[in-house]
Design a protein around this ligand. Structure first.
Ligand SMILES: [Zn+2]
Length: 412
């Protein structure tokens, strides 16, 4: 991509409403644009990162047997009423009426929709287990939306729903999803804590959050220094010592980056989603559900990976792998830069090429640091004289000159 063509206008100043660092940097680097409180557009750079996170999540869901579906967001009132959540869900639904007066709730979570889908098709134990997932828009009628992508009213979320014949089988799969989630965090270069949590209005018997420790997080986690136990403060309100070993608990701020619920038969009983077991007996399907908000994960990555100059994207989620900066504008240098750009593209490397003539070297460097692409290449008359480019990793201070002929092996 030529930077002269890129739809991106970076800001030097920190926007007033941006309190947390991820919000400041996403706005300054022009990855997102705020339309209204908690409602954001993703610009080309931001959407490229979002798509990369989506790809990682999709791959890990498919790897544990997930089949992708698309579920409607406009959900009829009667379906919400089957579980009683039309009135009780927290945060409350965004509700609307069509021209005939029929009422709908915008999906904030899709348990009712997926249970309806499954109850029509699953009849026997032979049809189970089943794992379905969706990656799509959700709406949350939050009381307060601050913190950029950390707390929003419209966002894209991955939800995996699992359906089983027994609790044992469901718990086994719950553990499998846990491992898949840790692989997702690892690929995004995040360390998450697996925290016992309160199931809230999603409900069920067992629930865990995946928490990324960060000073800007709105959630509080209690951690046992002795045995590593971690619990959500809401669930362990009245507890001062570790329920596992009796050790002292320490309170830390964290970002809830994913959530798992063992739903049991809460939804299947309420909505009569049953199957016939091996003995010919009719029983409710046992369910689990597992969510990750993509934008929040993106913000979490920035909360962890940044410095005073800007974002430091981990390779696998970076908008581009290489940022090529041309410093001067002589015809000879332009020609050499274009050749490098084409060669890298032909090797399958994603390159953002700063070909702009109206920016100073200082401006180009500052923008490159802000945007945070993992590898920066600088070509100038000085480097070209030695048939070299200067290479620098965003995460390191050191620069070095490498021969243009050897470039490909350095940036792979
Ligand atoms: Zn302990």
């Amino acid at each position: 991509m030529l930077q002269s063509q890129l739809f991106c206008k970076t800001l030097k100043e920190v926007p007033k409403e941006a309190e947390v660092i991820s919000h400041q940097l996403l706005t300054r680097a022009d990855f997102i644009d705020r339309l209204a409180s908690g409602i954001y557009s993703f610009l080309p750079l931001g959407w490229r990162v979002h798509k990369k996170i989506e790809k990682i999540i999709r791959e890990e869901m498919v790897a544990i047997g997930g089949q992708e579906v698309y579920l409607p967001i406009l959900i009829p009132k009667n379906l919400w009423q089957e579980t009683g959540r039309w009135k009780t869900i927290d945060p409350p639904l965004f509700k609307l009426r069509d021209r005939h007066g029929a009422e709908f709730g915008l999906g904030s979570t899709q348990e009712e929709v997926i249970t309806d889908l499954v109850r029509q098709r699953i009849k026997s134990y032979k049809d189970l287990p089943l794992y379905l997932f969706q990656i799509q828009d959700k709406f949350r009628n939050e009381m307060r939306s601050v913190g950029g992508l950390l707390r929003v009213r419209e966002f894209i979320m991955k939800d995996l729903y699992s359906f089983h014949t027994s609790k044992e089988e469901a718990i086994k799969y719950y553990q499998k999803v846990k491992k898949a989630y840790f692989r997702i965090f690892k690929r995004c270069r995040l360390q998450a804590l697996y925290v016992e949590a309160d199931p809230g209005t999603i409900g069920g018997e067992l629930s865990h959050e995946f928490m990324v420790l960060s000073e800007t997080g709105e959630d509080k986690v209690l951690i046992c220094k002795k045995c590593g136990f971690a619990g959500n403060v809401e669930k362990f309100k009245r507890v001062s010592v570790c329920p596992k070993c009796g050790g002292l608990l320490e309170e830390r701020s964290a970002i809830e980056s994913a959530h798992a619920f063992f739903l049991g038969t809460k939804y299947s009983k309420a909505m009569s989603a049953n199957f016939v077991d091996k003995m010919g007996k009719i029983r409710p399907i046992v369910m689990g559900c597992y969510g990750i908000g993509l934008g929040r994960l993106m913000a979490s990555i920035i909360e962890i990976h940044h410095d005073s100059k800007g974002i430091i994207w981990p390779k696998e989620v970076a908008p581009f792998q290489v940022h090529l900066l041309r410093i001067e504008k002589t015809p000879r240098l332009k020609k050499a830069s274009e050749k490098i750009y084409e060669d890298l593209l032909n090797s399958g490397i994603e390159v953002l090429y700063d070909d702009r003539d109206d920016k100073t070297a200082g401006e180009k460097f500052a923008e490159a640091d802000l945007i945070g692409i993992p590898i920066r290449l600088v070509i100038s008359e000085r480097t070209l004289k030695q048939n070299c480019v200067e290479i620098k990793k965003r995460s390191e201070k050191r620069t070095k000159l490498i021969k243009i002929a050897n470039l490909r092996e350095y940036v792979k």
